[in-house]
Ligand binder design. Structure first.
Ligand code: UDP
Length: 229
């Protein structure tokens, strides 16, 4: 199957190095200490944070998030357990836990619509929700994936591209500290291409970090405006 046309366009019309449209909204769950919705194209997730209390994370996919693609396995869902752990460890890298001894932070992330890249979208939503909850962080953590199909590195794979069975490299970074905090890969990739694909995913993470900073700044301005500061 052709995932990149001779004109250099992907199935959803994007250029190889183009990310999907991103959108974020802070404060979607009024009962939580912090919350956010994060969308990457048709992937839509929600994060709610309670705390500070030890960092825990629970990832789940809404039954309606994938249509008939979603099968809930009996006796536990290994994928959700793995993704919960990955997100928890990634978020722990940015939270200044030593400032909150004997305390616990609960991060609930739920996929409302799944179209590839849900773990990245959840990390981005969790970062915003943590910031919204006023949890002290050493940096933002942002995530994006990149793949390699038809000999072309592709940024931010959607479900159809992800299902092609090619490599899917998910990267998480601490943008200000210039550190990688998450690196996961499915399938296989020629070694000499790995750096290119990782670089592309990292650029995606940086673009998301810039967007998240803008959203947080705008949110702070609105709060100050409402308080009459
Ligand atoms: N997916 C699905 N049903 C499932 C699990 C996954 O439809 O039970 C789809 C969903 O679109 C997801 C994609 O497969 O985004 C890729 O899943 P993967 O495990 O690679 O994680 P993700 O890319 O979402 O972080």
């Amino acid at each position: 199957m052709e995932y990149v046309s001779p004109e250099g366009l992907r199935l959803d019309g994007r250029r190889p190095m183009e990310m999907r449209q991103i959108r974020a909204e802070i404060g979607a769950v009024s009962k939580a200490d912090g919350s956010a919705i994060f969308e990457m194209g048709n992937t839509k997730v929600i994060a709610a944070v309670y705390g500070p209390r030890e960092v825990r994370c629970e990832y789940s996919m809404a039954n309606f998030s994938t249509g008939d693609r979603m099968r809930k396995p009996k006796g536990g869902d290994r994928r959700s357990t793995e993704i919960s752990l990955v997100i928890r460890q990634t978020m722990e890298a940015c939270i200044l836990t030593h400032l909150m001894p004997r305390s616990q932070i609960d991060i609930y992330v739920q996929v409302l619509q799944a179209d590839g890249g849900t773990r990245s979208a959840c990390i981005n939503a969790a970062t915003l929700a943590l910031a919204d909850a006023g949890i002290p962080m050493r940096d933002l953590v942002t995530s994006c994936s990149a793949g390699y199909l038809n000999s072309t590195p592709l940024l931010d794979l959607n479900y159809v591209e992800d299902s092609a069975g090619g490599p899917d490299v998910t990267v998480g970074i601490l943008p200000k500290l210039d550190k990688v905090t998450l690196l996961q890969m499915d399938s296989k990739l020629p070694i000499d291409i790995l750096e290119n694909v990782m670089q592309l995913a990292t650029e995606g993470c940086k673009a998301i970090a810039n967007y998240i900073r803008e959203v947080l700044l705008e949110n702070t301005k609105q709060l100050e405006y409402r308080r009459g500061v």
